[in-house]
Design a protein around this ligand. Structure first.
Ligand code: CAO
Length: 491
């Protein structure tokens, strides 16, 4: 019997063997899968914190250097758009070397001068925290120095007229060959297309980017804005492009071209008007006061005066003293959630339940009358009193601040947004500090450089020229003003 049983058990054992094998294999597979999951999780965790990042610094915030320490910029910019960009990068710690034409420099040094023989505010307020070297880029020796600078810098920023950089011999191919890591960043008026060769200034960009046609009053002509959205706005865009390219370079090891067209920059800032252009196809723009006034819309987005850009109707209202003070006004927004508080504040509590005023839709055709009524109240108070009373009730309002008031505003001084700096030839002046506050990258705003102030220092310390070589360079005319015939000879 036992023998029989043993015999019978044999095939069972035989069957158990492959089952054990299968289980073993499955366990192996599961372990491998677990390993993969673990690996992926580890990789993802590393990605989340940034691959190969050092350990978090134990230094107190603000004492671990500045965001762009170690980044060196060859700054070939002039006027406003490019200098805005490089000043911001300098505020964030980049070593910005501004290359200027010997004896001339950035044209803005001499434009709109308020102090005789001193760099203008136009220049000083856009070129803080930079070093200046004079180099004649059309002089043979000058080009040699520039080639050496290209090898020593991470980014070249320029906003010459289209083709000017190429005419200097600084084509992308030339730069990329000398320094494949270099990022070449440009502001131009227009991107590739029919207008790419055009020179462009601020207001041209405001007009071509859709801002002017949508700014101003319906009855009036298109208007340009005081904010320099074409120049400074595009400079800001370029700074973002450069920092993104620097970040990508960590992975790729190579530079790239960064192009910001002023038309594109303005359009990006005016995108809500392109939004409205598309909404227009589906009916009138009800938040525009034109709708309440019964004026039909045309084919394109109209100028909306002081109408609020979003869905919360607003307007600029007179305040006490408006007869003498051109800035005694306040921007008043009739935000729906605080409508009841507005009614109580201006003594119109009955509007809270009146069907003609109680809902946002009911109010839309009556905005002109509503704002005229609110204005009767705001005219009894100064703009700051209106602000105080409204803010206490969470009603969004904004006083129209003059530049004088902004210059004297203590809170802007305290945050470093408005900074006073001293200058050796013009004395003290106010400038705008870094509007982007980084908690671990402090910004000390320094005065703009004098023309060629750092030429010797850069030639020696950055480019490694000996004292004898510097003397030779000076004699060559590559870094000093020259008359035309001497330059032609040296070219
Ligand atoms: N050494 C020798 N030559 C130099 C030099 C240097 N260090 N720096 C500049 N130059 C030369 C350029 O090579 C150029 O010469 P060519 O035309 O013979 O090649 C010349 O100076 C003038 O440059 P530019 O054409 O850029 O200057 P511009 O005054 O005629 O035009 C502007 C100014 C702003 C309209 C034009 O530069 C432009 O359209 N830039 C792009 C858009 C832009 O940034 N606009 C905003 C300006 S801020 O309002």
């Amino acid at each position: 019997m036992a023998k029989k049983q043993k015999k019978a058990a044999k095939p069972a054992k035989k069957a158990a063997k492959p089952a054990r094998k299968v289980a073993k294999q499955a366990a192996k597979k599961a372990a491998a899968a677990k390993k993969v999951v673990k690996l992926v999780a580890k990789k993802n965790a590393a990605r989340q914190n940034g691959d190969a990042l050092p350990k978090p610094s134990s230094k107190p915030f603000g004492q671990a250097g500045r965001a762009l320490d170690g980044v060196r910029i060859l700054d070939f910019t002039h006027v406003q758009s490019g200098p805005t960009c490089t000043q911001l990068l300098a505020y964030m710690g980049a070593d910005v070397i501004k290359v200027e034409r010997p004896g001339v420099g950035d044209i803005t040094r001499g434009q709109l001068r308020d102090v005789p023989n001193a760099d203008s505010l136009y220049f000083t307020m856009l070129n803080g925290n930079k070093r200046s070297i004079t180099i004649d880029s059309k002089h043979q020796k000058g080009r040699e120095i520039l080639d050496r600078l290209i090898k020593q810098c991470d980014v070249l920023v320029e906003n010459f007229a289209p083709g000017a950089l190429d005419r200097m011999g600084l084509t992308w191919e030339h730069i990329h060959k000398l320094n494949p890591r270099m990022i070449v960043a440009s502001v131009k008026g227009f991107g590739p297309g029919p207008y790419e060769d055009c020179k462009v200034y601020e207001n041209v960009a405001q007009c071509a980017g859709g801002s002017a046609s949508t700014t101003g009053f319906r009855e009036g002509p298109p208007l340009v804005t005081g904010a320099q959205i074409g120049d400074s706005g595009t400079g800001l865009h370029l700074a973002l492009g450069i920092t993104a390219a620097l970040y990508q370079r960590i992975r790729t090891g190579r530079g790239q071209k960064v192009l910001c067209a002023m038309q594109d920059g303005v359009l990006n800032l005016a995108r809500v008007k392109l939004r409205d252009q598309q909404r227009l196809a589906h009916g009138p723009l009800k938040e525009y006061s034109q709708f309440g006034e019964g004026v039909p819309f045309g084919k394109a987005v109209p100028r909306a005066g002081n109408d609020s850009g979003g869905g919360q109707p607003g307007w600029i209202l007179k305040c006490k003293g408006w007869e003498e003070d051109p800035d005694a006004y306040i921007y008043f927004i009739t935000q729906a959630p605080v409508w009841g508080a507005i009614c109580d504040l201006i003594g119109k509590s009955e509007w809270k339940t009146d069907p003609d005023y109680a809902t946002p839709n009911a109010r839309l055709p009556r905005l002109k009358h509503i704002f005229a009524t609110i204005e009767q109240w705001t005219m009894t108070l100064s703009k700051f009193e209106v602000m105080e009373k409204c803010n206490a009730l969470d009603i969004p309002v904004g006083p129209i601040l003059s530049m004088k008031e902004i210059a004297e505003e203590p809170s802007l001084r305290a945050t470093g947004t408005v900074v006073e700096v001293d200058h050796p030839t013009r004395g003290k002046y106010l400038t705008v500090g870094n509007p982007i506050k980084l908690s671990d990258s402090p910004c000390e705003v320094k005065r703009s450089p004098l023309l060629g102030e750092h030429t010797d220092e850069i030639l020696k310390d950055v480019l490694g020229y000996s004292a004898a070589e510097v003397a030779e360079i000076k004699g060559s005319g590559a870094i000093t003003p020259q008359d035309k015939s001497a330059r032609a000879e040296a070219a």
